[in-house]
Design a protein around this ligand. Structure first.
Ligand SMILES: *Cc1c(COP(=O)(O)O)cnc(C)c1O
Length: 405
């Protein structure tokens, strides 16, 4: 009857990739969180100090956000029922977009299902095959995917190298296509900040479009967490600002800010907007409440930066390589501990976990070969005692593995 028993799995070639990862020591299993995302959490049955999440402000468990989500579920249900362009635009979606636009001091905003969808959907919609994308080599995968989908020509410049970016722009300045300069606001693997003012000047000089992905800057940099445009005071000089609602904001989503015309265009051309269902109302309600918390509780951001300064300084004192020589130096709550070898970085992460500290090991292809690392991320809600304990474990395990001398 059934023929499946004799059929060989046509996907069996994937096993070769998995075997290769295992051989390199960079294969992983997912760590499963029991209960809340918090500075001390239980993963796989082990209580650990969590210095790996993007929950910068501790908003994933904020009482006002929980209440807002519950109220939206009670009042208007659990789903939106359609994509935005059919019947899936609810009043609460519009309310969130208006709130973000006011917060960011721009004409208009559109929310996507995720930051990834916002980047990929926008870059692929606003450019076509005769256009050019001038992109920092360390930009996020969602920008790279959007660039590829657009079929525009991609000109990569060396990390934060303005002269190289200009060289790339100059090489195509007499071509008729549109030019887009794009950078992460905060680089997600190194924690350094993109050179916005200089890139804005280049965009102005060459008549290019200027775009910033502020995923790790949203809720972290600028007044009340308004992002890198506010941090550098380059208001009005960035044409497309992307942010995320999934990291410091504590929920899920991504957004694009710009002119009313840009947003209207995205309503008609951004494929994740047209072809994928909008957020449940509870997500929009949570994000509205989160933006209110950013304005009412700025002390959370102050505590985030206090913890960041303390932890970075102590990591340096331990003798960790936190970047700055052959890798960029972090200026934000993301601090890498550079290990170099991929296998050793993953081994470091596993040994730390067994001693009660969760810090993610990151290896090729997420970072360049030879630049494997642990990535640590501070939050506002870590206590000093938790940070001291994490540092003690990091120092002890790092010395045992010969990573720290
Ligand atoms: C996390 C991240 C994204 C994606 O955001 P999500 O909301 O998680 O999809 C985009 N860009 C950068 C730089 C990021 O770090």
């Amino acid at each position: 009857m059934s023929t499946t028993a004799t059929r060989t799995d046509p996907l069996s070639y994937l096993g070769g990739v998995i075997d290769d990862l295992k051989q390199r020591g960079t294969h992983f299993r997912l760590r499963v969180l029991e209960g809340e995302q918090a500075p001390e959490s239980t993963f796989d049955g082990r209580r650990v100090i969590n210095i790996a999440s993007n929950n910068y402000l501790g908003l994933t468990t904020h009482p006002r956000l929980r209440e807002a989500a519950l109220k939206a579920i009670r009042d208007i249900g659990v789903g939106s029922g359609a994509v935005r362009t059919v019947t899936g635009t609810m009043k609460i979606h519009m309310e969130l977009e208006e709130k973000i636009a006011r917060f960011k001091n721009v004409e208009a905003c559109v929310v996507f299902q995720s930051g990834f969808a916002a980047n990929a959907g926008t870059v692929s919609a606003i450019l076509g095959k005769d256009d050019f994308i001038i992109s920092d080599e360390l930009n996020h995968a969602s920008i790279i995917d959007g660039a590829r989908l657009s079929r525009a020509r991609i000109l990569v410049f060396r990390h934060k190298d303005i002269a190289h970016a200009e060289e790339q722009l100059a090489s195509v300045q007499h071509q008729p296509g549109h030019k887009l300069i794009i950078t992460d606001g905060v680089f997600s693997m190194d924690g350094d900040i993109g050179p916005l003012p200089q890139l804005c000047s280049l965009a102005e000089k060459y008549g290019a479009i200027m775009m910033v992905d502020d995923a790790h800057a949203s809720g972290v940099l600028g007044r009340n967490g308004r992002g890198t445009v506010d941090h550098f005071d380059v208001h009005g000089r960035v044409d497309v600002q992307v942010g995320t609602l999934s990291k410091a904001i504590g929920a899920l989503g991504g957004y694009v800010c710009g002119t009313r015309q840009l947003i209207d265009f995205l309503y008609h051309r951004a494929r994740p907007f047209l072809f994928s269902t909008s957020h449940p109302p509870s997500v929009a309600a949570t994000c509205i409440a989160a933006l209110e918390v950013l304005e009412r509780e700025p002390e959370r951001i102050d505590r985030l930066w206090e913890n960041t300064r303390f932890f970075k300084k102590e990591l340096g004192n331990l003798g960790c390589n936190i970047g700055g020589r052959n890798t960029p130096a972090s200026e934000t709550p993301i601090t890498p501990v550079i290990v170099g070898d991929g296998r050793l970085a993953m081994e470091f992460s596993r040994a730390l976990f067994n001693e009660g500290v969760l810090a993610t090991g990151i290896a090729f292809p997420t970072v360049a070969e030879g630049k494997a690392r642990l990535r640590t991320i501070m939050t506002a809600t870590h206590t000093r005692a938790e940070l001291e304990q994490a540092l003690e474990v990091l120092g002890r395990v790092g010395k045992k593995l010969g990573i720290i001398s």
